[in-house]
Design a protein around this ligand. Structure first.
Ligand code: HEC
Ligand code: HEC
Length: 602
């Protein structure tokens, strides 16, 4: 008996200890403090109206059923302060203006990219995370902020797997939802704010709906954790986009046999000029803008129905209703066509050394242009930039994302796809398969192409688009092409100075380090700060409270490849060793490449 009592006491003490640790980090989340900038400077990239359209047009994503008004009314776990204040959300790396206030486009006074939508036939307003949340950047220098529209976000939005030290958005949000549900005083204040005069009539229903949303969060966190889906911590500014989309569409959507470990976090790429690229994505695997955007919306939480209420696969014209907002996606895509690359603001970040930049320009022509200056194919609709795609084995950067996308196979036979129907879809797979598609063994990009093709065709039918409108919505009449290759793509470098850290996995903190051999690059560094270093061109990598330790030894984080080093080309070496003076000259040139100063250099 004494043994049993002791064992129980020990277990109780251990549980108490775990609870104390969890509570400690809920009260003191491991987040950077927010220091407001003196002023946010916008560069001349597009009009203010374009900016507002881009920041707040919804795309149809839902954050596990969270309503817009709920989000605004949530309190922090141990205080009556609101969760969704600009100052608090800024600590997760979301972008706000100092002294910002609610506007018609942003009535909840939320950060860039946080917006709302209602679905047809319903008044429920859902919180909607749109493109701008991930594709807008900001640099800080001497107390000033420089906003980079279409640039790379540096937030911790996607991380859903609880870590002991906390610090992720999902974890903090669940802590708030949890305490609001289980603390009766909190829930009452919350419900009165949300419902106003309808409190008496509707608070029971609100409690039921709220619990459902909370359950979805907890279920996903448990699913991701016990399956060990995301072993490589993403940290600020990264997400395993393809891995997460595949787990949502094929795992949660079709069969739990299809969950795969996603250990390949990637940076948020910059979006200027992407509408001219022949292929998009870090690995150059996708082509049609609408299908790309639908796939992304599904990954970020747009609803998708592939089975009926009885669990039978939808067939024929019933395939596939989705919450992705086709018309809004088109609006955003067209708006992005007006986005210009950011031009280095000399008055804020320091003067350009023109003679050094001119030396850099010459070096660039010799050592870089072969890969980074695309040839141009003129078509009536646009100048298509034909980008170079390099085999992973040659470029030598971290292979995980290219390998996962290339290697993984999924069992989609439950969807009952008929080969004749697939052949009628607007999908092209390169290289062309020699055998008919085996639906129990489908690759990531091909599976996504067919799902998005069904969603797109269904939406276009419902909207009754004319053939001409269809070509326009698709984007330049492009088919839903996917390219199955193990490659990374060399993009044009206009505005690249504004998008640290570098390479597809953000493993190299500055341009200077990218031009240095791997053994001169930092093996570990801290991320989470957007304090800009205009000399090396990167963010500050110093430690600070709430910083994330980026360790390049971890799978998915390797900082190998794209090296200029003495030795034979290939296996990650792409050019001769560059002397420090040459690296500085190239860095100076990369500050102005493609901009107005570039043409004046000689
Ligand atoms: C949750 C964050 C997130 C949201 C929201 C998001 N994206 Fe992305 N986007 C990414 C990531 C990460 C990648 C890189 C994926 C890859 O290539 O592996 C990406 C890639 C892209 C690319 C390819 C860029 C290139 O260099 O080839 C385009 C274009 C793009 N996104 C446009 C959009 C548009 C338009 C929207 C809204 C309709 C959107 N994204 C919403 C995270 C996001
Ligand atoms: C052999 C082709 C090749 C050459 C030569 C080359 N690059 Fe690259 N570059 C690439 C590829 C491919 C990537 C993408 C690699 C990745 O993300 O894993 C890249 C990525 C980059 C990036 C990071 C882009 C981003 O958004 O993170 C920069 C900056 C860059 N290169 C600069 C240069 C400079 C400067 C030179 C010349 C000194 C150069 N490159 C030479 C192929 C090349």
């Amino acid at each position: 008996m004494r043994f049993l009592t002791r064992a129980l006491l020990l277990i109780a003490a251990l549980l108490g200890l775990v609870l104390a640790v969890v509570l400690y980090y809920v009260i003191n989340p491991d987040l950077p403090v927010y220091v407001p900038a003196e002023q946010v400077h916008y560069l001349d990239q597009w009009t203010e109206q374009d900016r507002q359209t881009y920041y707040f047009t919804p795309q149809g994503t839902e954050v596990k059923g969270l309503r817009y008004d709920w989000f605004g009314a949530l309190e922090l776990p141990f205080s009556e302060k609101r969760f969704a204040t600009p100052e608090y959300l800024a600590r997760f790396g979301f972008l706000v203006d100092p002294k910002q206030h609610a506007t018609p486009a942003n009535p909840g006074n939320l950060p860039v990219g946080f917006t709302q939508h209602t679905n047809p036939g319903s008044n429920e307003r859902y919180l909607d995370i749109t493109c701008a949340a991930c594709h807008t950047g900001e640099l800080r220098f001497k107390g000033q902020a420089v906003r980079i529209d279409g640039g790379a976000a540096h937030h911790v939005l996607p991380s859903s797997v609880p870590t002991l030290r906390g610090g992720s958005f999902g974890q903090a949000l669940v802590a708030s939802l949890f305490s609001t549900y289980y603390n009766p005083w909190k829930f009452q204040r919350f419900a009165r704010t949300v419902l106003g005069e309808n409190y008496d009539a509707q608070h029971e229903q609100l409690r039921t709906d709220f619990k459902q949303s909370l359950n979805t969060f907890v279920h996903e966190a448990w699913n991701d954790t016990h399956r060990g889906l995301y072993p490589t911590q993403e940290g600020p500014g990264r997400t395993d986009a393809f891995g997460r989309i595949a787990n949502a569409a094929f795992g949660a959507g079709v069969s739990e046999k299809n969950y795969r470990v996603a250990n390949a976090p990637v940076d948020y790429p910059q979006l200027w000029d992407i509408w001219k690229f022949d292929w998009v994505q870090w690995n150059g695997s996708a082509q049609q803008p609408m299908a790309r955007n639908i796939g992304e919306a599904l990954g970020v939480g747009a609803t998708l129905t592939m089975f009926d209420a009885a669990g039978q696969a939808l067939t024929g014209d019933a395939r596939y209703p989705s919450g992705a907002r086709i018309s809004d996606l088109h609006t955003i895509e067209v708006t992005l066509q007006g986005l210009k690359a950011p031009v280095w603001p000399q008055e804020l970040l320091g003067a350009i050394d023109r003679s050094r930049a001119a030396q850099g320009k010459t070096l660039f022509a010799r050592n870089c242009a072969g890969c980074h200056v695309p040839s141009v194919e003129k078509t009536p609709e646009r100048d298509v930039l034909l980008l170079k795609n390099l085999p992973v084995a040659y470029i030598g950067t971290d292979p995980n994302t290219a390998d996962n996308i290339f290697n993984q196979r999924y069992d989609l036979s439950a969807l009952k796809w008929d080969p004749k129907e697939l052949a009628a879809l607007n999908v092209k797979v390169y290289p062309t398969a020699e055998v008919p598609l085996d639906t129990s063994h489908v690759s990531m990009t091909t599976g996504l192409a067919y799902i998005t093709a069904f969603v797109e065709a269904r939406a276009y039918r419902d909207m009754k688009l004319t053939p001409a409108q269809t070509l326009e919505f698709d984007g330049f009449g492009l088919p839903i092409s996917v390219r199955e290759e193990r490659t990374y793509r060399a993009r044009p470098l206009d505005g690249v100075w504004a998008t640290p850290p570098f390479l597809h996995n953000g493993s190299v903190p500055s341009l200077y380090q990218l031009l240095s051999p791997q053994d001169e690059r930092a093996a570990t560094f801290y991320t989470g700060s957007v304090e800009f270093d205009p000399r090396h061109v990167g963010y500050s990598t110093e430690n600070f409270a709430g910083a994330f330790l980026f360790d390049t030894k971890i799978s998915g984080n390797h900082n190998s490849g794209h090296e200029f080093r003495t030795g034979p080309l290939g296996n990650g070496v792409i050019g001769r060793l560059l002397q420090p003076e040459e690296r500085w000259a190239l860095v100076e040139y990369l500050k102005v490449i493609g901009g107005p100063l570039d043409t004046q250099l000689q």
